[in-house]
Design a binder for this molecule. Sequence first.
Ligand code: BDR
Ligand code: CA
Length: 310
Amino acid sequence: MKPPLLIDTDPGVDDALAILMAHAHADIVGLSIAAGNVGLAHTVRNACTLADLLNADIPVFAGCPTPLVRMPEEDAGHVHGVDGLGDVGFPAPNAQASDEHAAHALLRLTRERPGELTLVALAPLTNLALALRLDPTLPQRVARLVVMGGAVTGHGNTGKIPAEFNIGFDPEAAHVVFEAFPSFDLVDWEATLRHAFDDNEFDTWLAAGDKRAEFFGKVVATARRYNATHDRRGVIAADALAMAVAIEPSIVTRSEKRVVAVELDGRLTRGATVVDWTNRLGQPAQANIVLEVDHARFSAMVRHALGVSD
Ligand code: BDR
Ligand code: CA
């Protein structure tokens, strides 16, 4: 049976690839949309553009337009394009977002299917944190939580050097989620860099795929240009890696379970993920930190999502 996924996302180029993977390999129960890579109006529209591309009836729920407490210092429009999908200029989508708020939808859908859904968090954790404050029993109703976020040895990708984007954009929300869930898989930025795709190989996939590959080849171009000029090698797809772990947990070949907390202050470190590597706090570890996955299987999942026949 295909795993049913509830995906919180801020599309976003790598979010787009993750959603293509979810559609190819799983059952998308809904997309709850966060602000992050770009503003909420863009991320909602982009989710609807993806629903159109896939010709699929995917419920889209708009969430919070800002982080819980502090306004963000930066977004990621310089990587993903000002519109979040590579500034390709797609027409207005036909699909429409629901009137229901993302936080309410997360609560309702998990109540309708208690213990069944895997929650996949690919964005700042604002919507999840709000849902948790509305109903702290949420963790009891999800089968698993997989979070793309953090930089477990301090090699982040934001202006606050150790912070990763999703956590750094809304540290308070990440704190709420990391405290509330007794167990989750954490796919961090550093694992993402270790699992980049070779540029030339990826180009062969784009050439061999169907309309999904054509779409993704267009939207990823801006991000590839940015990465090539910022010492980031290969095609980097953080949310796709997290999605692979959500769909196929057995793809993980090395992981370590540790307490992970979020730095809320700090002149240079706000948004950093602090890992108790040696269990000095003596607390139960809640984060299963994904360190390595089977790259061949990950690649095959991406190829299938792009319509490449092996
Ligand atoms: C994460 O931040 C966003 O820019 C990406 O979509 C991904 O979710 C990587 O740090
Ligand atoms: Ca994202």
